[in-house]
Ligand binder design. Sequence first.
Ligand code: ADP
Ligand code: MG
Length: 242
Amino acid sequence: MNKVEVNGLKKSFGDNEVLKGIDLTINEGEVVAVIGPSGSGKSTFLRCLNRLEDINGGSVIVNGTNIADPAVNINEARENIGMVFQHFNLFPHLSVRENITLAPVELKKMSQAEADRKAEALLSQVGLADKADTFPSSLSGGQKQRVAIARALAMDPDIMLFDEPTSALDPEMVGEVLNVMKDLAQNGMTMVVVTHEMGFAREMGDRVIFMDGGYIVEEGDPEVIFNNPQEARTKDFLDKVL
Ligand code: ADP
Ligand code: MG
């Protein structure tokens, strides 16, 4: 089944056309790694997948619903789409547990007791069972990002979007976050991951998308993209980052 089907997606900021017609289909359980130079439109593309940006043209069908349609109840659609940002975006005034339970209680009308149990299970899953009552300020970057992943998972999403989830981390904390993401991928989560971690893209990506200048320039099997890229722009980029 197609989880995501993007056709002719366009997005401009003023007269700067940032996405110039993106076509992409993502299957259930697929892990898609998005790579490309800074400013190529990767974040904008990801944000269009849950309409954090207004969509100017084309369609973005997620779980069968065209979220580009202004008449769609976007909050309902977003409940199935988890997002993890580079800078964690945890609520600083809430405990780790409260960060995780807020959305299920408010949006899914889950009881606080059930949400608390779920938060504990998710914190174990991300290796932070002992941190439920601490506040974000006392956590390391890697721990914050794992809480952010647990928070996104608390809504039981069936798609997870990650925008450079490890770029703000000290190098020694990258692995702990990537390991949590690998677990998710191996358990069948559909994932779109914008990343600078070429190792992750290569190892975990079912497919790698190379974006440049608002287009998908090349996409394919990680081994092909990394070992035998077909497009000059892909080669140039990989020469710089590998
Ligand atoms: P990437 O994630 O690949 O680095 P982005 O999607 O963040 O690229 O940005 C692509 C282009 O869109 C850049 O030229 C950037 O300046 C522009 N852009 C992104 N967000 C905004 C915004 N909110 N307002 C105006 N321009 C933006
Ligand atoms: Mg970006």
